[in-house]
Design a protein around this ligand. Structure first.
Ligand code: ZN
Length: 378
């Protein structure tokens, strides 16, 4: 069968590999399924793996973890799926039915394209099919189905773990696909006001932030308010605080502290912004009750630093959580129940044919103009 494998840092190549199969003598295989991908979406974690990592950890690792597929064959103990079913494959595969169980070792929940072969191939195998597959509703836009595999659950994970209370002010850092879903999730889970920090030069992000419910969009470049109201009389709060309150002297931190009368926001969801976002979040989250959740992938090896001043010299009462996405069938099904969230709008580019996979990956790496997510139909 054809397969795209991670060849060396910065490149994937098409190879001929053996088709995966189910071995009924293997206990695990009796719960597994073989699938044929119908549409896939190269994602920024694939970009990290290929372009930023240390190269493949083993030979012929097939990449790809976001997709919808058709079931070809199932193990004898698979209950809810049969050959011919069209399904969404949960990108994160937990060990327990409630979507947990992958907390005990780092990245253990990201199986496809990491610990086991992914779906950029003619066929691929999914462990514990009943826990990781979801029937694709016939009437559902397949682009939304594709977004329900990874992007939506990741954005929701940030909001769920932040324990948002009704009416709270939530800041989302990063307005890419995950950030946009975190905006929608924060609103769904009761946020009163959502402030987004994103790039002034990415028009599609600005437009979609508004669409998914953001109230204010602040440009990280200069702190300007792209949409939403800002009262300049609030600038007076700048004079009332220590310069240490904005450790990295970031314009967006300045703006958010002004907006909140130096109190900060209730919750921060880090979905982009790199390493500095963690320090920034510490500066803008409330003392005593603030919660910061990061679902952002951190590159490199350096330590993440927190500013001592806004950490209250270690006594700020601010909570930080760093989380992998919740995964599995239940969370994906939950995403489909949010019929009003038009996640299909995240798909800004559509390609056809497997030979487009490398091009789509390259485009994700370059963050092409107007790009949020790509769908490659096979
Ligand atoms: Zn992904």
């Amino acid at each position: 069968m054809w397969a795209y494998v991670f060849d060396k840092k910065g490149s994937i190549v098409e190879k001929e590999l053996d088709k995966p199969y189910i071995d009924e003598h293997e206990d695990d295989d009796r719960y597994a399924a073989i699938l044929k991908p119908l549409a896939v979406s190269p994602c920024s974690s694939d970009v990290h793996t290929v372009y930023a990592g240390n190269g493949p950890r083993r030979d012929n690792l097939v990449l790809g973890h976001e997709g919808i597929a058709e079931v070809v064959e199932t193990g004898s103990l698979v209950k809810d799926f049969k050959a011919g079913d069209r399904v969404i494959v949960s990108a994160v595969m937990p060990d327990e039915e409630d979507g947990t169980g992958h907390e005990y070792s780092n990245f253990s929940g990201t199986k496809l394209g990491r610990n086991i072969n992914g779906m950029w191939a003619e066929f691929f195998k999914v462990p514990k099919a009943d826990m990781n597959l979801v029937h694709l509703p016939e009437e559902l836009d397949i682009r939304k189905g594709l977004m329900a595999a990874d992007v939506m659950p990741t954005g929701f994970t940030a909001a769920i773990k932040a324990e948002i209370e009704d009416g709270q002010t939530v800041c989302v850092i990063g307005a890419g696909a995950i950030g946009l879903m975190a905006i929608a999730a924060a609103k769904k889970l009761g946020a009163g006001k959502v402030i987004v920090v994103g790039s002034a030069s990415r028009k599609e992000s600005i437009e979609l932030s508004r669409h998914f419910g953001a109230d204010v969009f602040i440009a990280y470049q200069d702190g300007s308010v792209i949409f939403g109201s800002y009262d300049e009389s609030m600038d007076v709060y700048r004079d009332k605080r220590s310069p240490l309150a904005n450790a990295l002297n970031k314009p967006e931190v300045d703006r958010i502290l002004n907006m909140t009368e130096n109190k900060g926001v209730d919750r921060v969801l880090i979905c982009g912004g790199g390493r500095a976002a963690v320090a920034e979040a510490c500066d803008i989250v409330k003392y005593g009750t603030g919660i910061v959740v990061s679902v952002e992938y951190q590159e490199g090896q350096e330590m993440i630093g927190l500013p001592v001043f806004s950490l209250g010299r270690g006594m700020a009462g601010k909570t930080f959580k760093f989380s992998l996405s919740l995964g599995g069938r239940h969370i994906v099904e939950k995403m489909l129940s949010y019929e009003d969230i038009e996640a299909e709008r995240l798909v800004t580019h559509c390609f056809k044919g497997r030979d487009k996979i490398p091009e789509a990956l390259e485009l994700m790496n370059k963050k092409g103009r107007g790009l949020i997510k790509i769908m490659v139909e096979l």
